[in-house]
Write a protein that binds this ligand. Structure first.
Ligand code: SF4
Length: 220
């Protein structure tokens, strides 16, 4: 790993240790693969704070695919309604039925099998592999894409971004590292008004450096 990549990983993990959202309920070590999958489906295009309120009671009531399949559809909608995510009830219902029929209720540990499930895309599949099975990889959502793109100066829509992100996953700490990137992008490297002046990555950040260069040019 290059020195810049190592700095990125180490500083993010240090930042996460101090500032991460460790108390989010789906991050508890005791969560099953199914509970992690439910969280990832609920979190799609939704903030963690919005999901947090209903998640604990939802997985307590429906801890397995069998419980979820057996539940009346309107009960599932009611349980998810506080999140404003009623469509996700249908996703979870179909996904659980597939888990039950194809894998005897087990969440598969293979990417292609996960991708074949209803409501599971690339990010969700990778996130489940990382958090439920400890796979050594990275999942890239909008926030991770923004952070990696800014720091390394890579086109956010290029193949190079995914390749760079994959090469960053630290051995044995892929889960913490993904959480670190998500939390950091949400609170420091924000889409609008990133907090560059207090950012622990700024000494190596391409975006910060190019912004500083243009500020110097303008002042001359
Ligand atoms: S210096 Fe600014 S743009 Fe660079 S990683 Fe930090 S917050 Fe993001």
């Amino acid at each position: 790993m290059t020195s810049t990549r190592r700095v990125f990983v180490e500083r993010l993990l240090d930042w996460y240790h101090e500032n991460g959202r460790h108390a989010l309920p789906w991050r508890e070590d005791s969560r099953t693969a199914f509970e992690i999958l439910v969280a990832e489906v609920l979190l799609q295009r939704t903030t963690a704070s919005a999901v947090e309120g209903a998640y604990v009671s939802f997985v307590a009531r429906y801890p397995t695919p069998a419980c979820l399949v057996a539940a009346p559809s309107d009960r599932l909608v009611d349980a998810i309604e506080p999140l404003g995510l009623t469509k996700r009830a249908g996703h979870l219902e179909r996904c659980s039925a597939q888990l039950w029929e194809r894998y005897a209720g087990r969440v598969p540990a293979e990417r292609t099998a996960l991708l074949s499930l209803h409501g599971v895309g690339e990010y969700t599949a990778r996130s489940v592999l990382i958090h439920a099975f400890g796979e050594h990889t990275v999942a890239v959502d909008t926030n991770v894409r923004r952070l990696v793109s800014r720091f390394f100066g890579i086109d956010p829509h290029s193949d190079a971004l995914g390749e760079t992100a994959d090469a960053l996953a630290p051995e044995g700490r892929s889960g913490d590292f993904l959480h670190a990137m998500l939390d950091f992008a949400a609170s420091v490297c924000r889409a609008r008004e990133p907090r560059c002046d207090s950012c622990p990555l700024r000494t190596r950040c391409r975006r910060f450096e190019s912004g500083r260069a243009s500020r110097i040019e303008r002042s001359q």
